[in-house]
Design a binder for this molecule. Structure first.
Ligand code: SF4
Length: 483
């Protein structure tokens, strides 16, 4: 495994990004080198002044060399992009690996596709740009262009002057093996639930007493964790207390995550409907019971089906379901079978996740102990996701938002698909960084978006600290949004 020697620059982040793609997260650094494993072979990444103030970007390795003269008008961003492109090509030549998203790391593919659409003025031009500039596979280039166009359409439903609210409930019935989120086990911490709800209501009261006339709200997403881990009385107090306090625009989108089917009851769904939420998320992740047991979900596929029937009976107009590709022990065929089971339940939107090896999750620790790098290209899962996209298309679902995470199986992506009219504006607004977000609850991130500038303010992650300092969390956001 190689060392990248940086000469004439110190762009450590982009170099790390590309090295991680090929060799996983365990890198060492010295003053001028980044090393994945031992130090051989050596790749030289060189930035030097060209003529007339231009900058020359060069990469040299055993069998090759590439050089590119970047104009002096090109900002540092372009320098880094070229450096990543060249490094990607040299590592692809050394290892033989070609990743589905090529050298695209640390940036949303749909953002790049949208920029290419603007620059080239055509879908074909944007597709070609993704393939030739970034080495994205043709299948993923199509997906990025189609999704970028959909994101743009969906965002028109969320006026730029309005904000969106994220409310986090950091409790789950148990911890999934792939989770690194700070979710607490709700069943073992019943004493914390009521103080947590009180703290969120306090934060909301203080904050919206000031913001009420300043920022209308176009969408609310209650996520976590699993909000339906709360017992019915607390769930009702939380939803009524928060939602009645918000300056909601007419027709505002209200989503509640009821992720774990084993937390769903008719009583809780009645409370959610009464609070006005029309969009409900039930997340099977897989329909294979052996896998569910292995990943610590503590529910089975029969409970998922029952929860979906119940939600439909109770008149939820928009039902979302999430699946994960690449769960340990599953084949692409298993994943496609779960997709068919999901489609048979008639949801309105489906999000296909690729398994991310989140740091400090049980799966990540086990994978590291085995010395694996699950992010290497995985043609079988790429084909599985391509087949899933085709099947969803035939069933009337189109991609409308897309994002990537670090350390994902096969270097793949997460894509939200929806039937027309069921796209979530919250998902697009939040992922695109083009709408302001007001975060409530422990660990929630708030973002103030003005033009291309995004200012972020986090809430405390530790639940006990958050409960103790919820007034301060409200003040942070008052300062952010109205100064
Ligand atoms: S349901 Fe989500 S937040 Fe809760 S443990 Fe599983 S992955 Fe983590």
């Amino acid at each position: 495994m190689p060392a990248v020697v940086m000469l004439g620059h110190n762009h450590t982040y982009p170099v790390c990004d590309v090295l991680r793609l090929f060799f996983g997260p365990m890198l060492q650094s010295t003053e001028d080198k980044l090393i994945a494993g031992d130090e051989h072979p050596r790749i030289f990444s060189i930035l030097e002044p060209g003529t007339d103030g231009d900058v020359r970007v060069t990469t040299k390795w055993n069998d090759g060399e590439q050089s590119f003269l970047a104009s002096r008008d090109v900002p540092v961003q372009a320098e880094k992009k070229e450096l990543k492109r060249q490094l990607y090509q040299s590592l692809a030549a050394l290892t033989g690996h070609q990743f589905p998203w090529g050298s695209l790391t640390g940036i949303r593919p749909t953002q790049v596709a949208a920029e290419s659409l603007r620059a080239t003025g055509s879908q074909a031009g944007a597709r070609q740009d993704l393939i030739s500039t970034w080495f994205v596979s043709p299948e993923k280039a199509d997906l990025a262009v189609e999704t970028a166009l959909a994101e743009e359409r969906v965002l028109t439903g969320a006026p730029p002057g309005a904000a969106m609210v994220y409310l986090g409930v950091p409790f789950c019935p148990s911890r999934c093996a792939y989770c690194s989120f700070i979710a607490q086990d709700a069943m073992r911490q019943p004493d914390r639930l009521a103080p947590y709800v009180d703290a969120v209501l306090h934060e909301t009261d203080l904050l919206f007493a000031k913001l009420k006339n300043a920022l209308p709200i176009s969408a609310v997403y209650v996520g976590g964790g699993t909000p339906t881990s709360l017992p019915p009385d607390l769930l009702e107090r939380l939803l009524q207390g928060v939602l009645t306090n918000l300056p909601l625009l007419p027709g505002a989108e209200l989503t509640i995550e009821a992720g774990r089917p084993d937390t769903i009851t008719a009583e809780k769904l009645t409370i959610i409907r009464a609070a006005g939420a029309g969009r409900l998320c039930i997340n099977p992740q897989t329909f294979h019971d052996r896998t569910l047991e292995r990943i610590g979900r503590q529910h089975n596929s029969a409970q998922t089906r029952e929860a979906c029937y119940l939600a439909r009976e109770m008149g939820f107009p928009s039902l979302n379901m999430d699946l994960i590709a690449g769960l340990s022990g599953e084949t692409p065929e298993d994943f496609l079978q779960s997709l068919q089971e999901t489609l048979d339940l008639g949801p309105d939107s489906i999000t296909l996740h690729s398994l991310a090896m989140k740091r400090s999750s049980r799966l990540d620790q086990a994978s590291r102990e085995r010395g694996e790098h699950p992010g290497l290209p995985n043609p079988a899962f790429e084909e599985g996701l391509a087949a899933a996209r085709k099947r969803l298309d035939q069933a009337g679902f189109k991609p409308y938002y897309l994002y990537r995470q670090k350390d994902v199986v096969g270097g793949l992506e997460n894509t939200g698909y929806a039937r027309p009219g069921h796209e979530s504006i919250y998902n697009v607004g939040m992922m695109s960084d083009r709408r302001s977000i007001i975060g409530l609850g422990s660990g929630a991130m708030s973002k103030l978006v003005s033009g291309s500038r995004v200012e972020r303010v986090p809430n405390l992650k530790d639940i006990a600290e958050y409960i103790r300092r919820s007034s301060e969390m409200a003040m942070r956001k008052i300062n952010l949004f109205i100064g």
